[in-house]
Design a protein around this ligand. Structure first.
Ligand code: NAD
Length: 267
């Protein structure tokens, strides 16, 4: 059976855990070759072990490699994209790395250095990934390319649980991705945002910890009554990365169990 991403070369940023790791596994299952990148080399080593256990080399047609990349450093992103030149050039980039800093807060309490660091990773990192994907697509004369940028539902709806820098950064990802999708549409390059709801991944769950009140404050807004799972986001990314979504461009692709459409949730 031919995979949905057969012969595609993909980069995943923030691949050491959560959505990035689940997406890497699904991409390999669907026949892609994947360069897993992350700021944490130890995280990448552990993630690669998991990948090799879940989908061993004899069960995949593509290859998988790792590279330490801080997405806020353009030269590192450029090097990651160039790494795929010898594979036949980049076809897909999932700009997924992001942070929600514990010291992020409301307009009064958010420190400026946390604001800047959040913007550097969550916004500039996505810009660099998008920019070098475009250059890579062009370098190899690609007639199609897919860029998926991880935003968040907080770019669509406001929340009284303030994380101002994070929220502003994800709104920027939505606006930037929309524009990129339009600008590059005639070249065949698609740009879509993924908008996850709060998930069962370390990014949020470590921050929530054992605080039942903080947890309930979020869970009550889910029509389904639960946080999302990283794998549920990964399935959406596979669709956006594949040619099945060839007419899906510049969209805010919301995977939230209905959360942003709920006025009152079931009891
Ligand atoms: P995660 O913390 O499990 O994974 C994020 C990864 O990004 C980590 O492996 C981390 O090491 C890496 N990273 C951090 N800074 C980096 C940098 N400068 N360069 C490269 N890699 C870096 O979190 P996740 O939940 O899988 O988050 C993935 C994306 O989804 C993020 O952009 C996040 O904002 C977004 N998101 C998450 C949730 C949620 O509830 N978890 C909800 C909406 C959106």
């Amino acid at each position: 059976m031919v995979g949905r991403l057969e012969r595609k070369n993909a980069i995943v940023t923030g691949a050491a855990g959560g959505i990035g790791l689940e997406t890497t596994i699904l991409m390999l299952r669907e026949g892609a070759s994947v360069l897993m990148t992350d700021i944490s080399d130890r995280g990448l080593a552990t993630a690669l072990q998991k990948v090799n256990t879940v989908i061993p080399p004899n069960l995949r047609t593509g290859k998988v490699e790792t590279k330490t990349v801080d997405v806020s450093d353009e030269s590192q992103i450029e090097a990651a994209v160039s790494h795929l030149d010898s594979w036949g050039g980049i076809d897909v980039i999932f700009n997924n790395a992001g942070i929600m800093h514990p010291r992020d807060a409301d307009s009064v309490e958010c420190p400026e250095d946390i604001w800047d660091r959040t913007m550097d990773i969550n916004v500039k990192g996505v810009w660099f990934g998008s920019k070098h994907a475009v250059l890579g697509f062009r370098r190899h004369g690609k007639k199609a390319g897919s860029v998926i940028n991880t935003a968040s539902v907080v770019g669509l709806v406001g929340a009284a649980t303030s994380q101002l820098a994070y929220t502003a950064s994800k709104g920027a990802v939505l606006a930037m991705t929309r524009e990129l999708g339009i600008v590059h549409a005639r070249e065949g390059f698609r740009f879509n945002s993924l908008c996850p709801a709060p998930l069962n991944t370390p990014l949020l769950q470590d921050w929530l910890g054992d605080d039942k009140e903080k947890r309930f404050r979020r869970e009550v807004h889910f029509p389904s009554g639960r946080f999302g799972e990283a794998i549920e986001q990964a399935h959406a990314v596979i669709f956006l990365a594949s040619d099945e979504s060839s007419f899906v461009n510049a969209t805010d692709f919301v995977v939230d169990g209905g959360m942003t459409k709920a006025y009152v949730t079931p009891q």
